[in-house]
Design a protein around this ligand. Structure first.
Ligand code: TYD
Length: 153
């Protein structure tokens, strides 16, 4: 089956300040704690896909791309790592080290993940199935695209 088509980019561009840390519910228990995520409640979109990064060697960098339409929600399920967000004008680095915080990213945000601790697990909830056509993998191309879109005030 062919991958779903990615719709043409509607206005506006996203900003780093549209990304936010979301505090997830914590059911603390002497037997071990529990956190849950409900689509459209804690993650602000219907979840269509879950993937995770693990066994990341020290010093490696993942990401290095943006998505035309995909929204994502990133959790440090184990250990810690940094997420560097970039909207073509501003950059912000988040250090994720608690499994009860999720970092929400709208579409059109350039992201890189680095500083992975040993044994860390980066859990990602995504708003759509995998589709290579949704990726922007060149930073100059990303800047051209976002510069061509209106910026919210
Ligand atoms: P990618 O998203 O490009 O990760 P990174 O930017 O950190 O390198 O994914 C790496 C590879 O994994 C890519 O070739 C596509 C594949 N992949 C899937 O098949 N399904 C998925 O859900 C994801 C996220 C990646």
């Amino acid at each position: 089956m062919s991958p779903p088509r990615v719709p043409t980019l509607p206005a506006p561009a996203s900003r780093v300040t549209d990304c936010r840390l979301i505090d997830l519910p914590r059911v603390t228990d002497s037997r071990g704690n529990l956190t849950f995520i409900e689509a459209e409640h804690h993650a602000p979109f219907p979840i269509q896909r879950v993937y995770y990064l693990y066994d990341v060697p020290g010093g490696e960098v993942r990401g290095g791309h943006a998505h035309k339409e995909l929204q994502q929600f990133i959790i440090a399920a184990s250990g810690s790592f940094d997420v560097v967000l970039d909207d073509g004008r501003e950059r912000q680095r988040y250090h994720l080290n608690r499994s009860y915080f999720g970092l929400y990213m709208p579409r059109l945000i350039w992201r890189e993940l680095d500083n992975f601790s040993s044994g860390s697990v980066c859990l990602v909830l995504a708003s759509a199935h995998y589709n290579e056509a949704d990726y922007i993998r060149s930073y100059p191309e990303y800047c051209r695209i976002v510069d061509s879109l209106p910026r919210p005030a």
